[in-house]
Design a protein. Structure first.
Length: 292
């Protein structure tokens, strides 16, 4: 008989959010670089400070508006000591609410608990399968998170776990629950997500922080993107990476262990990449668009 003891397995996963980042003194803020007389930067990416101050032609403007966005992620591995929850892809539509924070809800598709191959879900959605005249709609199981919030973390600041911080010139995006209490299969709490793999209930709490690649921090060009059709790749405005060695892992997964007939908890580790796009129409509501 295979042992079913699970330690960990997070489902907040890799599809956290981000947006255009600014470099230098502006690191860790969502915003855009706009053309402005007497600005503090010399070029349209707001990388080089003008000397003297105010002699530049560009200025970085932190986001003060709510901007909707969508994201797309590939394979996500949520690792525990005795297996992993593997999701083939995920999507999200959320909102940047100010210069450092987002609110969002993620949907993960085709998830299963390995090595037991148990399907994992908490809802079903209808998708289109096939093309043209042979296309048809069918329901598939998905994992949908509760409403989550994220916050940018700079060098010199601690992650949500309070133990680690970004390296110099590095920015993290941290993801936590939004303070809502939801009934899961394991009691009420401010969970990140609650779902079942086969007959076994899981609930995820805690936090996780991704690393934003340097190219997005040091070269904050604002780009708009088209929302991809199902099965099509997203040309991203932004990217972030989750791993066991970068950022911060602070999730706890609570689950019912059918072998011991007890509720158990354990730490979580996740790996994967998230891509984010912002439609031009949304950006135009609050910004002058920077053409790149």
């Amino acid at each position: 008989m295979k042992r079913f003891k699970m330690v960990g397995l997070s489902v907040v996963a890799v599809f956290a959010l981000g947006a255009v980042m600014a470099s230098g003194a502006q690191a860790g803020k969502f915003g855009t670089c706009v053309k402005k007389a007497s600005g503090n930067y010399t070029e349209k990416t707001c990388e080089t400070l003008a000397s003297p101050a105010g002699s530049g032609k560009y200025e970085f403007v932190p986001n003060a508006k709510k901007i909707k966005f969508f994201s797309q992620g590939g394979e996500t591995k949520l690792k525990g000591a005795a297996g992993e929850i593997a999701c083939k892809h995920g999507t999200d539509e959320g909102e940047i609410i100010n210069a450092t924070e987002n609110i969002d809800k993620f949907t993960f598709y085709e998830c299963s608990l390995k090595p037991f191959e148990l399907p994992c879900k908490n809802a079903e959605v209808e998708i289109e399968v096939g093309k043209g005249k042979t296309a048809k709609k069918e329901k598939v199981g998905v994992i949908i998170t509760f409403t989550l919030k994220s916050k940018l973390v700079d060098h010199g600041e601690k992650g949500p776990g309070g133990k680690k911080e970004p390296a110099e010139k590095e920015v993290w995006n941290s993801m936590q629950n939004n303070g809502e209490l939801h009934p899961s299969g394991l009691g009420e709490g401010p969970w990140l997500a609650a779902f079942e793999c086969g007959p076994v209930p899981f609930a995820v709490s805690g936090s996780v922080a991704s690393v934003i690649p340097a190219k997005y921090v040091s070269n904050p060009k604002l780009k708009s993107a088209k929302k991809p059709k199902p099965g099509k790749a997203l040309k991203p405005t932004y990217e972030e990476v989750y791993s066991a060695t970068g950022g911060e892992q602070g999730q706890v997964t609570t689950y019912f262990n059918p072998e011991t007939s007890k509720v158990e908890s354990g730490a979580s580790i996740q790996e994967g990449t998230n891509l984010l796009g912002i439609e031009k129409a949304e950006l135009e509501k609050g910004f002058e668009i920077l053409d790149v």
